[in-house]
Design a binder for this molecule. Structure first.
Ligand SMILES: [Zn+2]
Length: 229
């Protein structure tokens, strides 16, 4: 037997790869297979198939399985962003039967399929929120140039933009409640919450937890840059 690198699977015939996808669909009892399911149950790495057939959609096409393009192509990050949106609209952890319109862009079934269950999706979401932002320490020259006083250059530690993760962390910390007037979507449907710099970024305030707070849309719009309110 010739020695081959196992991770590449260059020599596996197309048919065998496709048959393995069909085997997984039989195992799950569904007429389609997601890349995540294949990664869990398949013999080969999904990227091997992806590479061979150029897309997961094509893999399903060739196997004759059902192609649910929309579900396959939604990036995990987008699914997490959607959970965040539902959570913010409700002001609390969303329940399974709330994962639908108008709160959610995707059905609860989409989360079931991708993560195994809604609760598992929530687990993964919390993991995702708790991860560090990759770019939090990145230098941002554009930001640094905003300071137009060459005598007193201010080095900014953070970017002005509040990441989805940080925004959600602040909303959680503040209990999804406006820190000025107490408005919250848990009390009144449709209250829109924003996360805002306490000391404005333009006045040197950093984008970090201690300088961020939850405000409802009304209070936030009334505030502008008058930070001593
Ligand atoms: Zn308010």
């Amino acid at each position: 037997m010739k020695f081959t690198l196992k991770s590449y699977h260059r020599n596996v015939p197309d048919e065998e790869l496709l048959n393995d996808v069909i085997a997984v669909s039989k195992m799950t009892g569904r007429n389609t297979v997601t890349m995540a399911e294949y990664e869990q149950h398949g013999k080969y790495h999904p990227s091997t198939l992806h590479r061979r057939f150029h897309s997961w959609f094509k893999v399903l096409e060739k196997t004759g399985l059902e192609k649910s393009r929309s579900d396959i192509n939604i990036p995990e990050k987008e699914l997490f962003k959607n959970i965040e949106d539902i959570w913010v609209q409700l002001g609390r952890q969303p329940k399974y039967d709330e994962v639908k319109k108008p709160f959610s862009k995707y059905s609860a079934g989409t989360y079931d399929k991708r993560f195994g269950s809604w609760l598992k999706a929530l687990d993964k979401f919390v993991e995702y929120i708790n991860e560090e932002d990759d770019d939090s320490n990145e230098e941002n020259t554009e930001n640094n140039q905003l300071n137009n006083n060459p005598e007193k250059p201010t080095r900014r530690k953070t970017k002005r933009n509040i990441s989805d993760r940080l925004r959600f962390t602040i909303l959680m910390r503040d209990g999804f409640t406006c820190q000025s007037c107490g408005a919250s979507p848990t009390k009144e449907r449709g209250v829109e919450l924003h996360v805002d710099h306490i000391l404005p970024w333009s006045k040197g305030g950093e984008t970090e937890e201690k300088n961020l707070q939850t405000k409802c849309k009304q209070c936030n719009l009334g505030k502008g840059n008058a930070f001593n309110k």
